[in-house]
Design a protein around this ligand. Structure first.
Ligand code: SF4
Length: 203
């Protein structure tokens, strides 16, 4: 139905999405014309909590599909900025307003009280995690990489061939990697001798 309405002269897909399916149905059923439905939708929008909000465009951080987002914010009287809503950008040629379930929860990245906002560390033998600084976490990662590489580095295989590989470490890339980040990570890991590289999205 949206496709049929968007094909009307002067009617964009964004207009149709603004009207909503109920309004769009009224156009088809009654033949009253798009202007009336659009006027109705404008009246509804004035009551929405995003009315008058600032629109900021961004990209979903979860995977390499790169769906576009619109974030609605409002400045409070005390100067603070309140995030009201995040939804798919209907003007994007990538996702045309749609988001998968993961992207649809993007707002929780900013608002969820369960969001972890510092590195977590569980010492060997400990039963619980504790928050640590980034300096501590990066230092610990570097120490563990060095120790594992030294302990598992294989210079030659059983036939005497030079292989220079680190068999005790594997690397898994995230799907939000850009091409450049993927290239850099692969270069770094291959430089350390890793052979076990994997990537979540494989795109
Ligand atoms: S996680 Fe979902 S919404 Fe986000 S970019 Fe990937 S497909 Fe799009």
């Amino acid at each position: 139905m949206i496709g049929e309405l968007a094909a009307l002269p002067g009617v964009t897909r964004r207009d149709v999405l603004k009207v909503g399916l109920a309004g769009a149905g009224a156009v088809v059923a009654t033949g009253l014309g798009f202007e009336i439905a659009l006027a109705e939708s404008t009246k509804v929008k004035q009551n929405l909590r995003i009315a008058g909000a600032k629109e900021s465009h961004s990209v979903c951080p979860y995977c390499a599909v790169g769906c576009s987002l619109v974030a609605y914010t409002r400045q409070n009287s005390d100067g603070s900025v309140q995030l009201l809503q995040i939804e798919g950008d209907p003007d994007s040629p990538v996702n045309e307003g749609r988001l998968c379930p993961k992207g649809a929860t993007a707002m929780q990245l900013a608002t969820s009280p369960r969001r972890v906002d510092s590195p977590q560390y569980r010492a060997a033998g400990a039963r619980s995690w504790k928050s640590v600084s980034w300096d501590f976490a990066l230092g610990k990662i570097a120490q563990n990489i060095k120790a594992s590489r030294d302990a598992t580095f294989v210079a030659t295989d059983g036939n005497g061939n030079v292989v220079n590989r680190t068999e005790g470490i594997a690397f898994a890339g995230g799907a939000a990697f850009s091409s450049e980040e993927g290239y850099f990570a692969t270069k770094l890991m291959r430089g350390l001798g890793l052979v076990h590289l994997e990537q979540q999205a494989r795109v």
